[in-house]
Ligand binder design. Structure first.
Ligand code: 13P
Length: 340
């Protein structure tokens, strides 16, 4: 009964010139981010920071959706307006991270499996009631000499497919995120091979579980050299390697790819997105669902002080606007300098 509606939501999330703000850090992750700028991880600081993000004037011009965390979807702005309503007023679609994190995969040293399927049907019904219209589940794939193993890839793909099928059943658009980490010293070719193998196994599992490709989005990593690799790839090499990998593995029925930033610097992530959009016709929208690459400068500018809120919002708008330009293949580095 939800078919038409969720397909329309999937397309709205990758509307021209717009992308997604991932603000779904778990309490542990946001604690790390706060610590880096000397902010205490209290419930009120987490609420105040999310309020700052969501009330940024004009954000809806560049941002189609925001991914929330369980705690955040239940919270309100200082004036008593529910965050979900704050986002609606900006024309932004609220979404929710529904996995329960990546845990050690028993028997497979160095590999992880994402948990959270038990009770998911009931949690999804509640999130829909609370106003969510899309969901996200992240699998974490680590690159090493002998990993990832096929059992790790298959276990994670199975969980992603079950999550996606349950989300569609609940009338929610699943964002399927199999992240191949950029940690390590691997060359870009190895990252490409692992990403390709991962996506093949993920799309096989999605087909087996009858997930409707038109009513989902893929959140892939870009194909990069490992962070510790002495040979870093250039912007056009990353764009070429990423698109080659996606063309080989992602069916054209998927409406959009919303890339994660994965620890790249914010400007680099934007440059890569722009370069991909300059490469010409592909069957999907090439967009973003960035966490760190949208928020890092915002957190630094805020540093927990209410007096810094307006300046921090300016940083968010700048990143959102730059990534919007990259969606349209119109980003240029020099525009940033003009606006800061
Ligand atoms: P990053 O862009 O910081 O990688 O975060 C995106 C995200 O949602 C990870 O699950």
């Amino acid at each position: 009964m939800f078919n038409t509606q969720i397909e329309a939501t999937a397309r709205a999330l990758v509307a021209r010139g717009k992308g997604i703000l991932a603000a779904d850090e778990s309490t542990g992750t946001i604690e790390k981010r706060f610590k880096s700028v000397g902010v205490a991880c209290t419930e009120e600081n987490r609420r105040a920071y999310r309020e700052l993000l969501f009330t940024t004037p004009g954000l809806g011009e560049f941002i189609s959706g925001v991914i929330l965390f369980d705690e955040t979807i239940r919270k309100k702005a200082a004036d008593g307006t529910r965050f979900v309503e704050v986002l609606h007023r900006q024309g932004i679609i609220p979404g929710i991270k529904v996995d329960k994190g990546a845990k050690v995969l028993a028997g497979f040293a160095g590999e992880k499996i994402t948990e959270g399927l038990d009770g998911l049907r009931e949690r999804l019904a509640e999130y829909r009631e609370l106003g969510a219209r899309f969901t996200k589940w992240r699998a974490v794939i680590t690159v090493g000499a002998a990993i990832p193993t096929d059992p790790c890839l298959r276990a994670n793909a199975h969980a992603l497919a079950r999550f996606a099928a349950l989300s569609q059943e609940a009338g929610l658009v699943p964002i399927v995120e199999p992240e191949v980490l950029m940690d390590g010293d691997h060359a870009i070719q190895r990252h490409g091979e692992v990403t390709q193998r991962t996506l093949r196994i993920v799309f096989d599992a999605l087909a087996e579980h009858r997930v409707r490709l038109e009513a989902m989005l893929l959140k892939p990593n870009m194909v990069l050299a490992g962070q510790e690799c002495p040979q870093q790839a250039g912007v056009s090499d990353v764009a070429d390697a990423t698109l080659r990998c996606m063309k080989r593995t992602v069916p054209a029925a998927v409406p959009g790819l919303v890339f994660l930033s994965g620890g790249q610097s914010e400007v680099r992530a934007t440059e890569h997105l722009n370069a991909m959009n300059q490469c010409g016709a592909v069957p999907w929208e090439l967009s973003f669902s960035f966490g760190r690459a949208l928020q890092a400068p915002v957190l630094s500018a805020w540093a927990g002080l209410p007096a810094n809120a307006a300046g921090a919002q300016k940083q968010l708008l700048l990143r959102a606007c730059s990534n919007s330009a990259a969606r349209l293949a119109r980003y240029s580095n020099s525009r940033e300098a003009l606006q800061t």
